[in-house]
Design a protein around this ligand. Structure first.
Ligand SMILES: [Zn+2]
Length: 184
């Protein structure tokens, strides 16, 4: 696994968040495998679902990617609160990939949270955006990673080192959990 992102891809963009998105999506498409089955790659999602960024071509598991430059194992900001709540209640939350990159665009940490571990108690409502914001009144949410049990936080890259694929796919408990959330 090559942990370096391809910097050239970010050159056409000015906004930091856009660059992060382009570089990290490219990296996942190039380097990431499916942890739920033996597939050695994930495909960029062509489905028109904003929450799903990647799909496994073999088992169909959907993945959402969140890229962050400050590693916070307690909470990470996610999408709109209401749509997240709806997704949890209808059992349609994708698996979550939390990718932490360094200042020189190396993948430093990558955490995978299988969708089966999402419940309403791990979602925190954020205050509405102020009237001066572009999307005034919009209510986002945080995912409280510290409320997710350790079994639900699978390290794929830790502190700049990839964890072995076998280990990631390994634990039978984790595998059982994946089975419960396979798509029909
Ligand atoms: Zn798969």
């Amino acid at each position: 696994m090559n942990l370096q992102c391809t910097l050239d891809l970010g050159r056409p963009y000015k906004s930091g968040s856009q660059i992060a998105r382009v570089l990290s999506e490219d990296w996942c498409g190039r380097e990431l495998y499916c942890a739920a089955c033996k597939s050695d790659r994930l495909l960029t999602s062509r489905v028109n679902t904003p929450a799903v960024d990647f799909v496994c071509p073999a088992c169909g598991q959907p993945f959402q990617l969140k890229s962050i430059k400050t590693w916070n194992q307690k909470k990470i900001p996610d999408a709109a609160y209401n749509s997240m709540l709806r997704a949890i209640r209808s059992d349609s939350v994708p698996n979550l990939l939390v990718l932490h990159y360094s200042a020189d665009w190396m993948v430093k940490n990558l955490l995978l949270v299988p969708s089966v571990f999402f419940s309403e108690t791990v979602i925190e409502k954020r205050p509405p955006l102020s009237s001066k914001a572009q999307r005034a009144g919009w209510v986002g949410c945080n995912i409280l990673l510290d409320r997710i049990p350790q079994d639900g936080k699978i390290a794929v890259v830790t502190d700049g080192s990839p964890v072995g694929e076998q280990h990631v796919r390994g634990s039978s408990l984790v595998y059982e959990n994946w089975q419960r959330c396979l798509l029909p």
